[in-house]
Ligand binder design. Structure first.
Ligand SMILES: NC(=O)c1ccc[n+]([C@@H]2O[C@H](COP(=O)([O-])OP(=O)(O)OC[C@H]3O[C@@H](n4cnc5c(N)ncnc54)[C@H](OP(=O)(O)O)[C@@H]3O)[C@@H](O)[C@H]2O)c1
Length: 219
């Protein structure tokens, strides 16, 4: 029975990841600020009150996870604040950087005592963070923050390879969640694809950028 940690677990893709992992018999530690009714009915371990941009929350989490060994961690929580050339503002740019890039990098480091050779780290980023794929512009804060996360993921892959920990940089697809007005593929489909990518992940393929459907994405 493998043990997985998932952030952003109370809704959307994170909730579906927890549901699928639990259904296949894995142990799940679901991180959230406030649990949803759906998460509470799953029967997984829930760690609440975790504000991922708070240093105090991360310290508290490390204490709660002392001695816990994880086979995998899926850093999925994120925010999207739509903007364009006229409307973007510094506060929103910073907020998206904090949640989408800085917080997962800090959490990845905080989780190192819980990871060992053979463990896997999945960073849920977005194709919108691909520079090559940007053919429509806009979304400055979201795109920039996800590009930064992609780079963090690549450095983590390099730095964690000697410890035997593999890192996948993963785009879930266009998924019907609150983030995108519930338009797209079902979250369960995205979650199944993400888990398949993590299943296939090896040290040899660490640090690459994949769509949940298996396609390798350009940087
Ligand atoms: N949906 C898509 O089409 C799509 C496409 C590409 C990439 N993604 C990525 O997929 C991931 C999951 O997104 P989703 O579609 O499932 O979105 P979602 O339904 O909006 O869920 C976002 C999750 O992140 C959590 N979160 C946000 N800020 C947080 C913070 N500061 N501290 C703790 N938790 C925080 C939210 O918790 P609260 O409920 O407490 O706010 C929620 O659980 C994100 O990284 C997103 O960028 C999604």
């Amino acid at each position: 029975m493998a043990s997985w940690l998932v952030t952003g677990s109370n809704r959307g893709i994170g909730l579906s990841l927890c549901r699928l992992l639990h259904a296949r018999g894995d142990r799940v530690i679901a991180l959230c600020r406030t649990p949803s009714a759906e998460l509470q009915t799953l029967g997984v371990r829930i760690e609440t009150g975790i504000e991922l941009t708070s240093a105090t929350s991360l310290e508290d989490l490390s204490k709660r996870l002392a001695g816990v060994q994880l086979d995998g961690a899926i850093l999925n929580a994120g925010i999207l604040e739509g903007d364009d050339l006229e409307s973007f503002g510094a506060e929103s740019l910073r907020r998206q950087f904090e949640v989408n890039a800085v917080a997962p990098l800090l959490l990845a480091r905080a989780l190192l005592p819980n990871l060992a050779a053979g463990s896997k780290l999945g960073l849920i980023t977005s194709r919108m963070g691909s520079i090559d794929d940007n053919g429509s512009g806009g979304y400055y804060g979201y795109r920039m923050s996800k590009t930064a996360l992609n780079m963090a993921g690549r450095s983590l892959a390099m730095d964690l390879r000697p410890r035997g920990i593999a890192v996948a940089i993963l785009h879930p697809g266009m998924v019907a969640t609150r983030m995108v007005g519930f338009a797209g593929i079902p979250p369960e489909q995205a979650a199944a694809g993400l888990l398949a990518r993590l299943e296939a992940l090896k040290l040899d393929s660490s640090g690459r950028f994949w769509h949940a459907n298996g396609e390798e994405l350009p940087w």
